[in-house]
Design a binder for this molecule. Structure first.
Ligand code: MG
Length: 452
């Protein structure tokens, strides 16, 4: 049986490999999994094909006797929060998150708001490929889809409940928000205004042809850097397509990698949430800065595989203060165990207000590394062999090998891991200086070139 789900749902180019026909069959498969009478809520972002796909999924769900609720355009974390808080049996989100605009995707969400585990996906795949759908007799198919209109407002209110609104309001922040021409425009400006923030938006209209790539990274946000400094904003922020991720720009127009902003937030939460476990879960791709800052405060840092679903499920199992990835996905369990853009923004504003500081000053209080990220094209087998080879050569060093191999040294660290989705070996190096990082990288590249 071939595989339908990737690392985060089903993804494909709309009308090429992700068609309404695929979505219909997937709707039938998801409906077969949850079973007749289940309450399932469907939402979508504003990508090309989102409505076509959500209607096809709904059609399949109805055919299996599902009670379908439709949330309309909404960020993924807003739908996830609604599912958990309102007691739905599950949900389906139509989005391809940060992928290029021609992509769309379908992800299944469980009753706790977290994306389906690999085990659940396998059951759904089995229905999909075997075509043994659990359709119901004609008399049990509903001729109704229940419209839900308050998902976005409910989410914003939920976020506001968890922060000190007065403290943030008194600071009178000015923020530039880059909304990626997608559904964050339905929630983030509203959240900011509720916090008395003067908000300026760029890429704020919803369009399935966004002005920038939906992935918020160092390269894609040049407009935001300019606007933040031009208007003298306190900070800038940028979402991905479905607004579960957010990255920050300091008041000087500098991009802050997600693991660095998350480290600041985690350090703040240790003081703020004394009732929470002193434990943080993050992916091996995050910087060792996380450990350098949090360990002295008595925080246990758990490194795990790259992938937000694994982080979420691990956090839920062991209990955690927060969890995150370096791409701007931050999870705050008091709100929900999933990446949560709006919650992250509210916490960041509260932190800056409480500490009476700016983002660049806050950042100067944690160690700085020079980062180099690169990738070497190769097939998966060779990529795994490379990891073994690197492990062999660096066997005397402190390392972990839960996902590729991550080596820790006094003045540098690096991660070499096979990509989960592409025929690539990913290499991340951070050194205390540019020179150190470049030296380590060139040693690694030499090894990769020579190696089998
Ligand atoms: Mg996303």
């Amino acid at each position: 049986m071939s595989r339908l789900f990737g690392t985060d749902g089903v993804r494909g180019v709309f009308n090429v490999d992700l068609t309404p026909e695929v979505a219909l069959k997937l709707g039938l498969a998801i409906g077969s999994y949850f079973g007749s009478g289940s309450r399932i809520i469907v939402g979508n972002d504003f990508r090309a094909g989102s409505l076509s796909l959500s209607n096809a999924v709904i059609s399949g769900l109805l055919s299996c006797g599902i009670r379908v609720y439709y949330a309309g355009f909404t960020p993924t974390p807003a739908l996830q929060y609604y599912i958990k808080e309102k007691g739905f049996d599950g949900g389906v989100m139509i989005t391809a998150s940060h992928n290029p605009p021609q992509y769309n995707g379908i992800k299944v969400i469980m009753d706790d708001g977290i994306e389906a585990s690999r085990e659940v996906e396998k059951v759904i795949e089995d229905y999909y490929f075997s075509l043994r759908f659990k359709r119901v007799k004609w008399r049990y198919v509903l001729n109704q889809v229940y419209s839900v209109h308050d998902v976005n407002d409910f989410y914003v209110r939920g976020v506001l409940k968890l922060v000190d609104k007065d403290l943030i309001s008194k600071r009178g922040f000015k923020v530039v928000a880059d909304l990626a021409n997608n559904v964050s425009s339905l929630t983030t400006p509203k959240l900011l205004r509720e916090l008395s923030v003067k908000v300026l938006t760029i890429n704020g209209d919803m369009s399935h042809e966004p002005y920038r790539t939906p992935e918020p990274n160092r390269e894609s946000l040049s407009d935001l850097y300019k606007v933040v400094t031009a208007v003298g904003a306190d900070l800038g922020l940028a979402h991905d397509g479905d607004a579960d991720r957010v990255v920050f720009i300091d008041e000087l127009g500098n991009f802050i990698p997600g693991d660095y902003s998350a480290t600041l937030l985690a350090r703040y939460l240790v003081e703020r949430d004394r009732d929470s476990p002193k434990r943080v879960v993050t992916a091996v791709s995050s910087s060792v800065v996380v450990e350098e800052v949090l360990k002295p405060l008595g925080v246990e840092v758990i490194w795990t595989k790259v992938g937000s679903i694994g982080i979420a499920r691990l956090m839920k199992r062991v209990g955690a203060l927060c969890g995150f990835e370096e791409n701007g996905g931050f999870m705050y369990p008091k709100h929900q165990y999933v990446r949560d853009g709006a919650m992250t923004i509210a916490l960041m504003l509260e932190y800056l207000a409480k500490e009476k500081t700016t983002l660049s000053k806050a950042l100067s209080t944690i160690p700085k590394y020079y980062l180099i990220k690169t990738k070497v094209p190769m097939d998966r087998e060779r990529a795994f062999r490379m990891v073994e080879k690197v492990k062999e050569v660096y066997s005397k060093h402190k390392y972990i090998d839960i996902d590729g191999v991550k080596v820790f040294e006094k003045d540098y660290w690096f991660l070499v891991r096979p990509s989960g989705t592409e025929p690539l070996l990913r290499v991340i190096v951070e050194g205390r200086t540019k020179g150190i990082a470049e030296k380590v990288l060139s040693e690694l590249m030499k090894l990769i070139k020579e190696g089998g």
